[in-house]
Write a protein that binds this ligand. Sequence first.
Ligand SMILES: Cc1ncc(COP(=O)(O)O)c(C=O)c1O
Length: 391
Amino acid sequence: MGEQSDTFRTRAIHIGNQIDPATGAVVPPIHLASTFRQPGAGVWGEFDYSRSGNPTRTNLQTTLASLEGQDCVGSLAFSSGMAAIHCVTMMLKTGDHVIAGCDLYGGAYRLLHKICNRSGIEVTLVDMTDPGAVDSAMTPQTKLVWGETIGNPRLSIPHLAELAKIAHRQGAIIGVDNTFGTPALLRPLEHDIDIVMHSATKYLGGHSDCLGGTLAVADQSLFDELYYIQNATGAVLDPLSCFLVARGLKTLDLRVREQSSAALQLARWLSSHPQVKAVLYPGLEDHPQHAAAAQQFDGGFGAMVTFELAGTKDQTAKACESTRLFHLAVSLGAVESLIEQPATMSHASYDAADRAKFGISDGLIRLSVGLESFDDLKRDLEQAISKALES
Ligand SMILES: Cc1ncc(COP(=O)(O)O)c(C=O)c1O
């Protein structure tokens, strides 16, 4: 049985993974039942219907809550990362205002600008690394501030405690997407953030074989409201995916630290590459928010690396198409390395004007560094860049 005093790595393996009392199995069984026999008419046991609660989902949520740190009162598992963000936005009503980061995942941009706007919710995108700009954008209607602990795709790093102070002064809730950061390296609830979200599809699952999303909070009434919305609207994570995410969590710490270390080496190597204009990696001393990153992250700066090629849009696309080990694909955070061109792939759902305004240029390439060896990955990128720039 895991204890909260055990280390992160130990809790990831033991908490929420109790021995099955019926058989002694060291891996809890997967409960596929959609409904549960009740003790009597109108009498409710721990579980009654799988949308409202399922033992396999409870196990995963127990592990996740433990990994989000001492302040966490509970976590919820959703059918995707977008379903988790959507649940947060469903707390809003007509006339409310949202401030979101301008270095934002394309799907979150689309949800805020093309879906939430239909209910009369206003959105302002602000540079989250500039607390003064966030403060000035706050209005009496601002009910939610939404950021990313590592911005996407420019890998900007906001100072979480400063943003929390600004949001709370106005009575707004602050939530952050910590998909790139992972709870192994950063636990936003420890920095006064109200809601932490992950696309579990990425590092938590870790193997590109399931979709999922999570929320975790430090306040019981906020948890109750999010649970109410989740149960009322239904985007829960299915039991098989809960099992896959729970299995992924057992190796999260090991994977992310190893991947971060290879990412730092690749970022350093790319920085000295003559055909690379800029490298955006928070672990590099010349990253504009390196100091905030060093203060907030514990044991690594994440395994995402963005760089700008000294080439045209077509040459950038060619570089992404010419790798052998890095697969050309959206998504991230798994054992296999991925490469993509944000302007035409992960951030294609941005309006072109916003892409230009927020520095998502055609020459940007985003890498998700997997668990292959650094030497192999470097060689692969080297040949792809040369091939692209010859063309
Ligand atoms: C940072 C970030 N947040 C949220 C999401 C959405 O997650 P999902 O695809 O699981 O819905 C993604 C997906 O790529 C992401 O990269």
